[in-house]
Design a protein around this ligand. Structure first.
Ligand SMILES: Cc1cc2nc3c(=O)[nH]c(=O)nc-3n(C[C@H](O)[C@H](O)[C@H](O)COP(=O)(O)OP(=O)(O)OC[C@H]3O[C@@H](n4cnc5c(N)ncnc54)[C@H](O)[C@@H]3O)c2cc1C
Length: 313
């Protein structure tokens, strides 16, 4: 097996590790190996890793917390760039400009989204409290336009910083360029390999009452614990169709508890699939097809996956 390659960057060494199990980097705990993997936390590390990938003529796949991904059993060819780190590391890089009415904050892409929700509540900033308890990191949440409790990433987003793969130039994009809609951005729907990696984001947040916001953040976190399963999963498997809820339709179709191989539809929430420990990406794909067919047969609604399939030969 090839050995770990070490690249130097102004902010530290970037390790390119071969043959890394992606099941360890996804909340579904599913996925074959990354041919190569690098974890990066800032633009200089991203630049070093991307330059190496270009020299090696390898495609690049960026991931964040891996909480919305179904990685193929064959893994991902090329370089997987994981833009993720612990909450504490990321928090030290948050930049804040405030006045009496609002704050403008710059947040690195690897900041855990839940921590951002709690931090903004503690500081008395409104608009991001819904993030409390949400898995994943800011970069992935922006790409997905993640949302909950009536809020979504695009609401408070002013700009994003990206590094272009082609020439490793850093650009600032106005939020409008994402063309965001319900769980949609142009970045999420761009064909792979994609042109840019998200490095950070600026949000504008009105001031609010910290005590009230902290209470709300705790309630949102607690709600997740009682309404969603705790096992290995990737959140909602399908987006909600117009005027209904995917989980409701799956429940009404009598599918809760159904198993395919190592994957089971949660008894708690019909739109969640839980990995028993042995599930493969193929089990999940079969389960998706089974649910789509049965829900369509009973209700003439075609459910569309929210989780994203990546990798394969
Ligand atoms: C238990 C559970 C509950 C969930 N509840 C919700 C919910 O209420 N609402 C909701 O919207 N989602 C929910 N999700 C899904 C998921 O948490 C969110 O979509 C999350 O924001 C994805 O972030 P991530 O960092 O894990 O992204 P990943 O899954 O790692 O990646 C998502 C997408 O972003 C791309 N990407 C990631 N980082 C970068 C980067 N730096 N640059 C460029 N592209 C990048 C990836 O290629 C992929 O296309 C849930 C998931 C779980 C497991």
């Amino acid at each position: 097996m090839p050995e770990t390659i070490e690249l130097t960057s102004p902010s530290g060494t970037v390790k390119i590790r071969p043959d890394q199990k992606l099941s360890l980097f996804t909340t579904f705990r599913i996925g074959g190996p990354a041919q190569f993997m690098a974890r990066v936390t800032d633009e200089s590390q991203a630049e070093a890793a991307l330059e190496w990938a270009e020299q090696m003529d390898l495609p690049v796949t960026s991931i964040g917390g891996g909480s919305n991904l179904l990685v193929d059993d064959a893994g991902i060819q090329g370089l997987v760039l994981a833009v993720r780190t612990t909450g504490k590391d990321a928090e030290t890089r948050v930049r804040v400009e405030e006045d009496d009415h609002q704050v403008r904050i710059w947040v690195p892409a690897q900041m855990p989204i839940s921590r951002l929700g709690h931090l903004s509540a503690e500081r008395g900033w409104t608009g991001l409290v819904w993030c409390a308890g949400l898995p994943g990191v800011v970069g992935g949440a922006i790409v997905n336009n993640a949302g909950a409790h009536g809020g979504e990433m695009i609401d408070q987003l002013e700009t994003i910083d990206v590094i272009r793969l082609a020439d490793r130039k850093i650009e600032s994009w106005p939020a409008e360029k994402l063309n965001a809609a319900y769980r949609y951005t142009v970045l999420k729907h761009a064909p792979r390999p994609r042109d840019v990696v998200v490095l950070g984001a600026t949000f504008v947040l009105p001031r609010g009452d910290a005590d009230e916001l902290v209470k709300q953040a705790k309630e949102f976190s607690a709600w997740r614990k009682q309404a969603q399963p705790t096992g290995a999963c990737a959140g909602s498997v399908f987006t909600n169709p117009d005027g209904s809820y995917a989980g409701y339709l799956i429940d009404k179709a009598g599918l809760k508890g159904t198993t395919v191989g190592g994957v089971k539809i949660s008894e708690l929430h019909g739109n969640f699939m839980v990995n028993s420990g042995e599930a493969t990406a193929e089990d999940v794909r079969q389960m998706i097809a089974l649910i789509q067919d049965e829900v369509y047969r009973q209700f003439e609604v075609r459910l569309v996956p929210e989780i994203e399939q990546v990798g394969g030969k």
